[in-house]
Write a protein that binds this ligand. Sequence first.
Ligand SMILES: Nc1ncnc2c1ncn2[C@@H]1O[C@H](COP(=O)(O)OP(=O)(O)OP(=O)(O)O)[C@@H](O)[C@H]1O
Length: 266
Amino acid sequence: MSRTFEQEEPAIAIHGLTMKYGTRLIQQDLNFTVNQGDIFIIMGGSGCGKSTLLKHLIGLYEPAAGEILYDGQSYTAGDEKTRQALRARWGITFQSGALFSGMTLAENVALPMHYSGIDKSQIRERVAFKLALVGLAGYEDYYPSQISGGMCKRAGLARAIALDPDILFFDEPSAGLDPLSARRLDELILNLRDSTGATVVMVTHELDSIFSVGTNSVFLDAQTKTLLDTGCPVWLREHSRHDIVRSFLSRGEAGQPMASRQGDKQ
Ligand SMILES: Nc1ncnc2c1ncn2[C@@H]1O[C@H](COP(=O)(O)OP(=O)(O)OP(=O)(O)O)[C@@H](O)[C@H]1O
């Protein structure tokens, strides 16, 4: 499917989404959009439902109510064929979604390619290209145990972009990294967005990341069990009408934005 930035449809539109575990309500009546090319941050206090929202976005859980659309196409109401076609356009990296330790970096990155019908003769070259994109050229034959945590995260990104996804989903991409490696990962995410044109959706607690790469966001509140605000994090820090959002975003020093912002205003 081609990626057209001129189109009016948002990359993702969420209408009246309610999420539950059994009878336990996590969040209700969420309405927001993720635009093409956004680096969209899902934020909020601990336990408010950020990962739960991400899992709904990638179809791991069914909404208790509401609808999720991609490029105007309903995933929620879609049949399995529609859903499969939509999923094929996503790249996903989970915090715990580590690399397979018994496989080299090249084998890890090649894994999704083997299931996608890509010609075997092209795989090695494509893997090398993806590893080069994340700064790991020449590391094809290393095992995860032979490289640093930051490099492992970057290899995870290479695997997530193996099939040229339109949307990248990350859960706490920089968790466990030292500040310098976390910053490098942010820069990489920004570069990948710019070089591949993918939309990025990520859960993160890290204020530095939120401000340096986030072009758009949603703030979930555990108490009211709904979203309080949506928009560019830098803008929300100054202008959210909710004290709790401004105060959450004012904790600590905010770095200068790295992103060439597409949504500095709401
Ligand atoms: N599979 C599950 N079954 C039942 N309850 C769950 C499940 N997963 C998460 N929860 C609960 O749902 C709530 C939201 O969890 P979630 O992990 O989405 O929050 P979060 O905002 O990502 O949290 P954190 O910032 O601490 O990572 C929590 O109270 C959690 O205990």
